[in-house]
Every structure is written in C-alpha cells, then in structure tokens.
Design a protein around this ligand. Structure first.
Ligand SMILES: Cc1cc2nc3c(=O)[nH]c(=O)nc-3n(C[C@H](O)[C@H](O)[C@H](O)COP(=O)(O)OP(=O)(O)OC[C@H]3O[C@@H](n4cnc5c(N)ncnc54)[C@H](O)[C@@H]3O)c2cc1C
Length: 381
C-alpha cells in the first residue's frame, strides 16, 4: 500500500502558488509547498513596489468576477496575516476613448456595474497635471474601488498564513519531474521523492518544463524606477495615483506615485517585440534598450523626472498565447492542475486564482466561494 507524504502539494511558491497553498491549508488540507529558491526570490521580490488592483479589467469578460473574489480574499488574507496588503487609493486608466485600455475599462465598468468617474482630456490635465500631452480624444477613467497591492508583502503574507494553517514549506527544493501514479502523484527532486494525492503546479516561467503540454512563453521583463528632479514635485500617490496609460501608438505605460523620497516605478508594456526565451537564459544585466525607449517618452508625457533611471532590474514574465492565463488540469485529471502565464498583469488575481486552484484540485464546488469563471478563462481544452 502506498504511503502518502501529504494530501496535496504546490510546486512553485510565487504569488499564485503561495495563494494556492494558503487556500488549501485554510480548508484544512494537509499540504506541502515547494520552491526551488527562497520564497520571494525568483518572483516579485525583484520588482519591489506596488501594483494596481482594479475591477475594470477588460482583457476577458470573466475577469471582473475573478477580481471581485480576489478582492474579498485580499481582505481575508490581511486579517489572517494581520498586515496591510491593499491600499484603497483608487486608480486611473487613461487612453483613447475607443481604445482597449481606457475605453475597455469604461465598457467593462458599464457592463458590470462598477462605479467609475470619467474625465475628459481637459479635466484630466487639470486634475492630474503630472500627465502631460494628453490629446483631446483621450479620456481618464477613475475607479474608486481600485488601489495598490504590495507584491512582496502579499507573497509573504500568503505563505505565512498557509504555514499558520498547517502547510509545510520546503525552500531550495527544485522539483525535477512529476509522475502520475495510481491514486496520486510522485514529485521527483534531488533530495527525495515525495508522494501526494494531488498537485498544483504554479512554477511560472518553468511551468512548461514540468508540464510540457502547457503552452507558455517566457520573456525578459525589465522594470525601471525614476527619481523626481525636485522634492514635492507632484509625485506623491494622491497627486500621481497608480495608473495605466495608453498612447496613440499603442504603447501602454504603468506606474504609480511614491511616498517621500522613494523612486517612481514605471514600465512600458512590451508590444510583441521581445522574443520568447528559455527561463534559465534570461540575462539579469540591464541593457540600454531596456529603459531608453521609456526615458525618451517621459519628458513629453510625464515631465519632472530625472532623464536617467535611478534603478533598473530585469526579470522574467510568462504569457499564455491567446488567453490571459492558464488554469486547468491539462489531461482532465484532477490529480494534476496548473496555473500561470499571466504576463505582467497577474498579481492582483493571485488570491482568486489560489482559491480556484484549490477548487479544481479538490473537486469543483468545494470552496467557500468558488470562482467558476477562472477555469473558463484559463481552460486548456
Ligand atoms: C517585471 C515584472 C513586473 C510585473 N508587474 C506586475 C504588475 O505590475 N501587476 C501585476 O498584476 N503583475 C505583475 N507582474 C506579474 C506577477 O508578478 C505574476 O503574474 C504573478 O506573480 C504570478 O506569477 P506566478 O506565481 O505564476 O509565477 P512566479 O511569480 O514566476 O513564481 C514561480 C515560482 O515557481 C518557482 N519554481 C519554478 N520552477 C520550480 C521547480 N521546478 N521546483 C520548485 N519551484 C519552482 C520559482 O522559484 C518561483 O518562485 C509582474 C511580473 C514581472 C516579471
């Protein structure tokens, strides 16, 4: 008779895996978590700062339900970890009225009854003067329920809450293969084989290596921080709130103001120029090309920042061709479920995804608040 080491395991403790670990442990499941390095080292810790949470996601109609569930769970995680993860600051989306970003947010808000306030370009220039060069056909969509999430704190809170609920965490343990066996799964590692009844694989850029039938693509992802030229230059979070801004050429800028003398994190979304790469080949050295396009754009669009970045970092991001992410059991076998490939927009959904993964792994409908749309968005079949 097989001796099982635990009921379940989560392989990869980035923000999605950490949330899955927490949601499984919170339901009383005996669960093990594995990461190939220290928790947080290969994930968001390379991009310290804050990121936007908003309901008015327009990439897929199912994302609003997922965001609503994620928001409830962020509050629950804050209670469980006794720490503040979400700052309800509101958030701004700017761009052409008929474009995918601001236009998409407005349409989503109307379709899903999300409270938003719309600014004309003129009103926007008056209200948020740090955004310059806003053409007349652009609008601003202000979502009061949006806010800032703290990625590193969120990751550590989820792992901490999972541990408190009984999860066991193994850092520096790389799972090298996953074999389905009668009644369960064997996780291979250099240390030893681990036998569990079911496994969630959330290995980010390395997911396709462990589960090759999952079609993800990994890219280099640079992030840049800029320093205001003067103190009190209008970059405090209230004056320069967390935003997404689309330009007429299709480029999309993300950023948020910062407290005190902190630097301003800004990033331009890649527009399909980057080529997919092997996750182990990503060069952490920062190149001129990583930040020069953004630096050239800023004087006309966000003036008042030093022309050279204060800091830069290069990490990995993983996308799912043709979908916002993957969340499924690849062979329709509930012993093995996977999630990942959310590009640079996935952090806000971590808690909802973790809950949906727990549902999938334990059998649909087991959760207190199932996220049915998550599997419909990320399904492989
Ligand atoms: C530069 C950058 C900026 C971003 N900015 C934002 C943003 O502003 N807003 C937003 O919403 N999202 C953002 N994201 C995306 C966000 O970080 C991810 O979508 C989110 O963290 C989910 O990632 P993940 O958990 O699937 O994978 P990861 O965070 O990549 O985690 C995967 C984990 O698996 C571990 N692992 C891999 N292989 C193995 C193995 N074989 N055995 C054991 N462990 C393994 C790794 O060590 C890692 O800890 C950004 C991402 C990047 C790279």
């Amino acid at each position: 008779m097989t001796r099982w080491d635990a009921e379940a395991a989560v392989v990869g403790l980035g923000s999605w895996g950490a949330s899955a670990l927490w949601r499984l442990a919170a339901r009383g499941v005996d669960v093990l978590g594995f990461d190939q390095s220290a928790v947080g080292r290969d994930a968001d810790s390379r991009q310290p700062g804050s990121t936007m949470f908003r309901l008015s996601r327009s990439e897929h109609p199912g994302l609003v339900a997922l965001a609503r569930r994620s928001r409830e769970l962020w509050a629950e995680l804050e209670d469980a970890a006794r720490t503040r993860l979400f700052v309800p600051s509101g958030g701004l989306v700017v761009g052409p009225q008929d474009g995918p970003t601001a236009g998409g947010a407005l349409r989503t808000a109307r379709d899903h009854d999300i409270d938003v306030r719309t600014f004309s370009a003129r009103a926007l220039r008056f209200q948020y003067p740090r955004h310059t060069g806003v053409p007349d056909h652009h609008i601003g969509v202000w979502e009061p329920s949006a806010g800032l999430l703290r990625p590193e704190a969120a990751l550590h809170a989820a792992v901490g809450a999972a541990r408190t609920a009984g999860a066991r965490v193994f850092e520096y343990t790389r799972i090298t293969a996953i074999d389905l066996v009668p009644g369960g799964v064997v996780l291979r590692s250099a240390q030893r084989d681990v036998r569990v009844r079911r496994v969630a694989v959330t290995a980010g850029p390395w997911l396709s290596r462990l589960v090759p039938e999952v079609p993800l693509e990994t890219y280099r992802a640079p992030v840049t921080w800029f320093r205001p030229l003067e103190a009190d230059a209008g970059f405090a979070p209230e004056e320069f709130p967390v935003f997404v801004r689309e330009f007429d050429d299709g480029r999309v800028l993300h950023g948020s103001g910062a407290e005190g003398d902190q630097d301003i994190r800004l990033s331009l979304e890649d527009r399909g120029v980057a080529k997919p790469t092997d996750p182990d080949d990503v060069d952490p050295a920062v190149l001129y090309e990583d930040w020069s396009g953004l630096a050239k754009l800023l004087p006309a669009k966000v003036p008042g920042l030093h022309p050279l970045p204060a800091r830069t970092a290069a990490s990995r991001t993983t996308r799912t061709p043709g979908a916002p992410f993957v969340l499924d059991s690849p062979a329709g076998d509930p012993r093995l479920v996977v999630a990942g490939g959310s590009g640079t927009r996935g952090l806000q959904h971590s808690t909802g995804i973790g809950d949906a993964l727990a549902d999938l792994l334990l059998g649909a409908g087991t959760g207190a608040g199932a996220v049915p749309d998550a599997a419909a968005i990320g399904g492989l079949r």
